[in-house]
Ligand binder design. Structure first.
Ligand SMILES: Cc1cc2nc3c(=O)[nH]c(=O)nc-3n(C[C@H](O)[C@H](O)[C@H](O)COP(=O)(O)O)c2cc1C
Length: 325
């Protein structure tokens, strides 16, 4: 089957204009990142995972994650937690904030999350996982989706028994990152499992893991029958990868394009997070934007050491565009 990544598809009534979804990534998927993702060809973007307890107790920083702009939609906001009633209430607030989709996290392998009974732990608690999805789906009118890993241990096939049950409980799409929680990000994503999941459910499946090029995306879509691919790490500081994956351009920006896009990203991040938080948040992005020989290594180190984002935007990057390095 020939796949065109520019074809639209749907999750329930939500129309998604391309077959590329920008992954939820904690510490990365801020609004500036999501907006950029939409501009560069992602048909759907996701917030990073948001704690349902944080929403419930009105934690200021958590509520900041629920600020949604018109130009990032369609947008899924991802929530995590382990108590059905709290998840339902959080989902309701997420819907009120303007999310098009509520996504439930059954994949996070990080101990801080799993020790609370949330994230990937729920893969081994199928009844509770289904009760969470059922409660969330009853609480909102927008579609509810689930993102999961293959299971907890290496070689696990838990996702295949759980997936159809989650759909029966109300999930209108499933995203599978077919690594085990134990694997974290080592090894490779086993998309044979994505194909098996597709054959078992009658809702769209999104294949996540190791999608880094248009060729790879098409191979995965053709081999699995998934409705879309999700792109995570490849898009960090590299929106041009998204453009290439969706089928436009060669993914190689000019140095001036990189600097201009980074300046815009810095400005948007500061507007969103405030100078203090943004300055710390952005440090990892300098390396990501300027990697791969795009800029000399000492230049990246210089940016990371600067005290304020103004110095980055006003002093350093323009020099890189208009003269010098
Ligand atoms: C820094 C980072 C943070 C992540 N945070 C989340 C998250 O909050 N929720 C989630 O479902 N997945 C999260 N993931 C997993 C990604 O969404 C994705 O499934 C995974 O990175 C595999 O895709 P990739 O090979 O395209 O990166 C995260 C991944 C990374 C690298």
């Amino acid at each position: 089957m020939q796949v065109n990544l520019h074809d639209s598809w749907q999750i329930g009534p939500v129309e998604i204009p391309t077959r590329v979804v920008l992954a939820p990534m904690a510490g990365v998927s801020v609004q500036a990142f999501r907006r950029q993702g939409r501009r560069y060809g992602a048909g759907l973007v996701c917030s990073e995972m948001v704690s349902c307890a944080g929403i419930h107790y009105g934690n200021e920083r958590t509520l900041g994650y629920l600020r949604i702009a018109g130009d990032e939609r369609p947008l899924a906001v991802q929530i995590f937690g382990s108590v059905p009633a709290l998840m339902a209430r959080a989902a309701h607030m997420v819907e009120d904030a303007g999310a098009d989709i509520v996504d439930v996290n059954f994949g996070c392998p990080v101990r801080k999350v799993t020790k609370t009974g949330a994230g990937a732990t729920l893969l081994e608690q199928p009844d509770l996982a289904c009760r969470i999805v059922d409660a969330v789906a009853r609480a909102v009118a927008v579609p509810v989706t689930v993102k999961m890993r293959r299971g907890l241990g290496d070689g696990s096939r838990t996702c295949l028994s759980l997936g159809p049950r989650l759909v029966a409980a109300g999930a209108q799409s499933l995203t599978l990152h077919p690594r085990s929680a134990r694997q974290m990000y080592t090894g490779t994503a086993d998309h044979d499992l994505s194909a098996e999941l597709v054959s078992l459910v009658d809702v769209p499946v999104v294949a996540s893991g190791d999608v880094t090029s248009n060729a790879r995306a098409r191979t995965i879509l053709e081999a699995t029958g998934a409705a879309a691919v999700m792109v995570g790490r490849a898009a960090q500081g590299n929106p041009w990868a998204l453009r290439e994956i969706v089928g436009d351009g060669d993914g190689e920006p000019l140095r001036s394009d990189v600097a201009a896009e980074l300046i815009l990203f810095v400005r948007e991040a500061v507007g969103e997070l405030g100078e203090r938080r943004a300055a710390g948040f952005l440090k990892k992005f300098y390396g990501w934007y300027l990697r791969g020989g795009r800029f000399p290594r000492p230049f990246v180190q210089e940016l990371v050491q600067l005290g304020s984002t103004d110095e980055v935007v006003i002093l350093e990057l323009p020099i890189s565009i208009y003269g010098g390095g």
